[in-house]
Write a protein that binds this ligand. Structure first.
Ligand SMILES: Cc1cc2nc3c(=O)[nH]c(=O)nc-3n(C[C@H](O)[C@H](O)[C@H](O)COP(=O)(O)OP(=O)(O)OC[C@H]3O[C@@H](n4cnc5c(N)ncnc54)[C@H](O)[C@@H]3O)c2cc1C
Length: 493
């Protein structure tokens, strides 16, 4: 199918490049002709990210956003020159790494130029004494982890999208990996960074264990979602590859029991690398083949590190689960999780059945966490067309948790798929915000949550908007995200 035959969803604010030939020439002078394209096949590849609804659209002959030019730089200096051109010409530009974002962050809803970071793919240096690795921002997650493992280290950052995401994408989205309870989230791992600002300045944050040198400006760019700067290089913490790994699993009579057991484990300053609680529906879906889990809530743990500490960690984890009515289920459930942890066929196949499905992760404090879970389920089930809403809990802190809801439904006749999708998202987000939680835990804001930014941030949102205006006065870097929302009007669907 030709590009012109696709229906465009986000078109209201699209900026058309007036003299495309001139812009292509200017970009070619910076990166070389072979690194600039307006071929239809390239354009089509950058019309969406991994937002599930965009897969429904593809099957229906629709595209989310439409860029006009793709550019592949490979040095920060080239990006700096590109930013000067787009500022002069007032052309939107969208950083794009591997497109595994799931909230529309890299969808070019204003059109313009896609700046693909894949050529920033070098692993530059490992420092064994400092326990750091320095990489270019486009390095693929799995390539990095394999490289580190071969040399006896791990980054500790293992998102489910490890094979399809980059270091720059992780930083841009404040990502969290499956082993986060022990190793922390991406913001805990960054030691130093290099960025290109919207007007072309190249800035560097030095690699240091800690400093007291004024406000932590570097933190502003972690979670910037490609709107405040383009990450070109980063130095991350690494860890010696664990001496031993132990698998532990328990089935609990209720969701409340499982939350209480894990809360008590963390309160004792025990940090298993992986903790995952599956509510009864998800337990049935993922572990239904294991008899002991019937009508129960499954919790899997992976403890890892040096043997002597690990043994104690496992003992305390077991004792705490048993004190809270947990039934020991052995290695098998954890082995099953470990083997299937990168598999996403269940959700990714839903568009082929004309279902609208998605996942929504949120952050919450421990107190009232169980109430919030029940409120979200109740509210989402009331949305006409929703036939499934379930949850697991996958990120843990001594003070709170990250919940991960999965919904599926068929839009009712009077609603478009986008309207239905928005209604479910808004229902979940509103319930969480009303209960005092945070609307996002690790997937970012993107398109799906930007209309809720004033609610989430309150008055401080104005300060954030002023910072964006100061850094990007022409609003050319990834416009339409975080600070404004295309969802107010419900898209053009
Ligand atoms: C199946 C699946 C599982 C997932 N599991 C997890 C998970 O376990 N944990 C988790 O945190 N996320 C997860 N995600 C979400 C996604 O993988 C992350 O958001 C990831 O960090 C995005 O990286 P990317 O390289 O694909 O970025 P992209 O999708 O290309 O871009 C994401 C955003 O970052 C911006 N951006 C990209 N590169 C840069 C850069 N160099 N500088 C500045 N801005 C940039 C883009 O403009 C966009 O706003 C999952 C996604 C899928 C599809």
């Amino acid at each position: 199918m030709k590009l012109e035959n696709f229906e465009l969803i986000y078109k209201d604010n699209r900026v058309i490049i007036e003299d495309k030939a001139k812009i292509k020439t200017k970009l070619s002078e910076i990166v070389g002709k072979e690194n600039v394209s307006d071929n239809e096949i390239d354009i089509l590849a950058y019309t969406k990210d991994s937002t599930l609804l965009a897969f429904n659209w593809t099957l229906e002959g629709k595209i989310a956003g439409l860029p006009e030019i793709i550019v592949w730089p490979d040095t920060p200096e080239q990006i700096s020159s590109i930013m000067k051109v787009v500022n002069e010409e007032k052309i939107p530009i969208i950083p794009y790494s591997e497109g595994s974002g799931v909230v529309g962050g890299s969808i070019p809803i204003y059109g313009g130029i896609i700046l693909d970071m894949k050529k920033f793919n070098k692993i530059l240096e490992i420092n064994d004494k400092d326990l750091t690795v320095t990489v270019e921002a486009g390095v693929n997650g799995m390539n990095l982890e394999r490289h580190l493992n071969a040399k006896g280290y791990t980054s500790g950052h293992i998102p489910q999208s490890l094979y399809t995401s980059s270091v720059g994408g992780w930083i841009a989205h404040r990502a969290a990996g499956q082993f986060s309870t022990k190793y922390g989230k991406i913001e805990d791992m960054i030691m130093g960074m290099e960025l290109v600002l919207p007007q072309g300045d190249i800035i560097k944050f030095k690699t240091i264990a800690r400093a007291s040198t004024g406000p932590q400006l570097d933190k502003l760019f972690i979670g910037g979602e490609g709107t405040l700067g383009i990450v070109t290089k980063a130095t991350l913490k690494i860890w010696p590859y664990p001496e031993k790994r132990s698998f532990v699993s328990y089935a609990f009579p209720s969701f409340e029991d499982s939350l209480e057991a894990t809360r008590q484990i963390l309160r004792q300053q025990i940090y298993p690398a992986v903790i995952r609680i599956y509510d009864a529906d998800e337990t049935n879906r993922h572990f239904g083949h294991i008899e002991k889990t019937k009508d129960k809530v499954m919790v899997v743990f992976i403890c890892e590190g040096i043997q002597r500490l690990l043994d104690l960690e496992v003992t305390i984890t077991r004792e705490t689960c048993e004190k809270n009515s947990g039934i020991e289920c052995g290695d098998e459930p954890v082995e099953h999780w470990f083997e299937t942890r990168f598999r996403v066929t269940e959700t990714s196949s839903t568009p082929t059945f004309k279902m609208v499905a998605d996942t929504i992760e949120i952050g919450f404090l421990w107190d009232k966490a169980a109430d919030m879970y029940h409120s979200v389920l109740e509210a989402a089930k009331k949305v006409k067309g929703v036939f499934m809403i379930t949850a697991h809990v996958s990120h843990f802190y001594p003070n709170g948790v990250g919940f991960y809801f999965t919904f599926a439904g068929i839009p009712p006749k009077e609603k478009t798929d986008l309207e239905f999708y928005q209604e479910v998202w808004d229902t979940v987000v509103k319930t969480v915000e009303d209960a005092g939680g945070s609307f996002g835990h690790h997937h970012g804001v993107g398109i799906n949550r930007s209309k809720w930014m004033p609610v989430e941030w309150g008055k401080s949102f104005e300060t954030l908007k002023r910072i964006k205006k100061l850094l990007d006065p022409n609003n050319i870097l990834n416009p339409g995200k975080i600070y404004e929302s295309p969802w107010e009007k419900g898209g053009d669907n």
